[in-house]
Design a protein around this ligand. Structure first.
Ligand code: OAD
Length: 240
């Protein structure tokens, strides 16, 4: 039986679906209700900042609703990290495309939010990042520059560079197990990570409700809800 040492996990909206967070590309997903170019591009923000702030204010409100909590899939990844890192020479990195904080709520720490975070804002002048739990409007004054209208969601929009790519590619080049959970594989560069892992000779595993565009890049698939399939997969890894 293979003994892995270095695990990289990529998660997408599907892992938070069972927590009640809307995914993007489902028939009832966010991109059916909103136009990407209007709410998720720098051009959209320039054209109509109020609309974009409104979109992310609504996402933030939904995330902070008392019924939203981490689910067994988030918990399983936090447990995997905790236990994996007690083993000498073992490494773990969780990369999420999600902007929610459910991995943190479950206890994950070795975590990169490559598409930014909903509970953070950024000053467009200084690039300073602030934690926020309330709505942002055009009249809000930035704490660092004292100006109105300088705060933008700390989200990576289409056409912008995802965060911490250097660290991500370094981890992919060194991993021997790559696990992809709940992502449709539509958005690059994240959609290219399985290929990178394969080039590093990693074993690749996909967990999703259904086959994705990335199907051929994975050595093993588990179809079903992440909240059910991921805890079982983590148990099998930790029992090795
Ligand atoms: P998508 O909405 O494109 O895909 C979600 C995937 O999760 C689909 O393949 C579903 O089949 C799967 N899924 C749904 N429920 C699941 C469950 N309970 N268990 C397992 N899988 C499930 O979301 P992402 O792939 O994350 O970027 O989207 C990638 C990026 O596109 C997002 O980060 C966002 C979006 O535009 C930006 O906004 C920059």
């Amino acid at each position: 039986m293979t003994h892995y040492k270095s695990i990289v996990v990529l998660t997408g909206a599907g892992i938070s679906a069972e927590s009640g967070i809307q995914t993007f590309r489902a028939s009832d997903g966010l991109w059916e209700e909103h136009r990407i170019d209007e709410v998720a591009t720098p051009e959209g923000f320039k054209k109509n900042p109020a609309l974009v702030q409104q979109f992310y204010n609504a996402r933030r409100d939904a995330l902070l609703h008392e019924r939203i909590a981490a689910n067994p899939a988030h918990m399983a990844l936090a447990q995997l990290e905790r236990e994996w890192l007690t083993r000498p020479g073992h490494q773990f990195l969780l990369i999420t495309q999600n902007i929610d904080d459910l991995h943190e709520r479950a206890g994950s720490e070795k975590l990169i939010h490559m598409h930014g975070e909903l509970l953070k804002m950024r000053c467009e002048l200084s690039q300073q990042v602030f934690t926020i739990h309330h709505d942002i409007g055009g009249d809000d004054i930035c704490a660092c520059c004292g100006e109105k209208g300088r705060l933008r969601p700390h989200i990576v929009w289409f056409g912008e560079m995802p965060l911490k790519l250097e660290q991500i590619y370094r981890a992919l080049a060194n991993c021997d197990l790559f696990l992809s959970v709940g992502t449709s594989g539509n958005v690059y560069p994240a959609a290219g990570f399985a290929q990178e892992a394969k080039q590093a000779d990693a074993y690749t595993v996909e967990i999703n409700l259904e086959p994705t565009k990335q199907n051929d890049l994975f050595d093993k698939h588990f179809y079903g809800k992440a909240g059910e399939t991921l805890p079982a997969f983590v148990d099998s890894l930790l029992s090795r």
